[in-house]
Design a binder for this molecule. Structure first.
Ligand code: FES
Ligand SMILES: [Fe+2]
Length: 395
């Protein structure tokens, strides 16, 4: 047997070491691995607030539907005959069979349970079932599908499973106001009128919070994002300049567009102001949405946390309708952020295994340009009912 070499670092101790003023602590490692903490996040975060579920235009016609995982529930989003979106728990009221098993599909007028054929209209009312006429006392609304809150914003359907949803204006739209300084700036991009140019789904083997934290800082930009820092030179500085209220990172002098090689993109979206032109803005809408705004397109990331160590991220690149309809070559435009995504998600996946290491028992540290991530950690711990500073002892 050989004697292990003496460690040069401090041995892991029971209590976290005091930190110098430049550093603040992250959450301890088990916040990123513990299934019980993930379960509590499902209940108190994803099932309690507004969750960006589906792009409205994906459900173009009445009867089109999509199923999504929100917290521990499967949610069915569909469009009724009047053209309005509706969201229901994807559960038959008879004996609980999952109503729609496909991720997406289209029905003509009704949703029929494959078990005993209870049948619901697109507003969720029970309209038919074997022998229903012999049960005149069964109220068709009371035994209809269980509806959940739904709002549309930026061209997406947001769903809330809570009995009493929090204010959409404060908790969702407020994030854009906080980041951009006013409510109007994000509206100039008219995301709801844009067309889907490309969608890529990433299956990321990392906790959802690592992905949020990564998106919130640019300390890593100089190291892992060569193409992005070529287009946005101020990102190479590593300071989170992009997070000063109202500030958009400016394109480099020779850069013609937000593309992988800085070549020209497409025409500026019509309502984007001169001030917003040649700039990049990023918004994090907690818990699971990132919006990137550039003059000629909008990039929207929706996250679907599936397990403590697995998150699916669906990324949409949205362009003016005429750009998409013209069949224009989007590849250089899409490639820039696709590379950024792959670089970011590889970094998150490289970090995830360390979360269960004894080296990360007390977590890591945030440098000054990452200190704002501490507010995200405080938000998560508050949602789970842990007092500030109690992060080391999760509930
Ligand atoms: S469980 Fe759906 S009809 Fe019986
Ligand atoms: Fe990044």
């Amino acid at each position: 047997m050989t004697t292990p070499p003496a460690s040069t670092g401090a041995p892991p101790s029971q209590s976290p070491p005091p930190l110098p003023p430049s550093l603040i602590a992250t959450l301890p490692g088990r916040w990123y691995t513990d299934p019980e903490i993930f379960r509590q996040e499902q209940e108190r975060i994803f099932e309690s607030g507004w969750f960006c579920a589906v792009r409205s235009a994906d459900l173009a016609k009445p009867g089109a539907y999509r199923t999504v995982h929100i917290g521990r529930e499967s949610v069915l989003v569909t469009r009724n005959r009047a053209g309005e979106l509706r969201a229901f728990l994807n559960i038959c009221r008879h004996r609980g069979a999952r109503l729609c098993v496909a991720e997406s599909g289209e029905v003509r007028r009704t949703l029929q349970c494959p078990y005993h054929a209870w049948t619901y209209d697109l507003d969720g009312r029970l309209v038919a079932a074997p022998h229903l006429v012999r049960m005149p006392d069964v109220d068709r609304v009371a035994y209809g599908l269980v509806g959940v809150g739904l709002r549309e914003w930026l061209g997406y359907a947001w769903v809330c499973l809570a009995d009493e949803p929090p204010s959409f204006e404060e908790t969702v739209m407020g994030a854009a106001v906080e980041r951009l300084g006013d409510a109007a700036s994000v509206e100039h991009y008219r995301a709801q009128d844009l067309a889907l140019g490309r969608r890529v789904s990433y299956d990321v083997r990392a906790n959802w919070k690592l992905i949020v934290e990564n998106f919130m800082e640019c300390y890593h930009c100089a190291t892992i994002h060569p193409e992005l820092t070529d287009v946005l030179p101020e990102f190479a500085d590593g300071y989170a300049a992009q997070y000063y209220v109202g500030h958009g990172a400016e394109f480099g002098a020779g850069v013609r567009g937000f593309t992988v090689d800085g070549s020209a993109g497409f025409g500026k979206l019509p309502e984007v102001t001169a001030e917003q032109d040649r700039r990049y803005y990023a918004i994090t809408v907690k818990p699971t949405l990132f919006v990137n705004l550039v003059p000629d397109h909008v990039i929207v990331h929706r996250m679907f946390p599936l397990a403590a160590d697995r998150t699916v991220v669906e990324c949409d690149w949205l362009y003016a309708r005429d750009v998409v309809e013209s069949g224009a070559d989007l590849s250089k435009s899409v490639e820039l952020f696709h590379r950024v995504n792959e670089q970011d998600f590889a970094a998150c996946e490289r970090t995830q295994p360390a979360m269960s290491s004894r080296a990360y028992r007390h977590g890591g540290v945030l440098v000054p340009s990452e200190h704002h991530i501490g507010a995200f950690h405080a938000w998560v711990t508050r949602a789970l009912g842990a007092a500030p500073g109690e992060a080391a002892s999760p509930p």
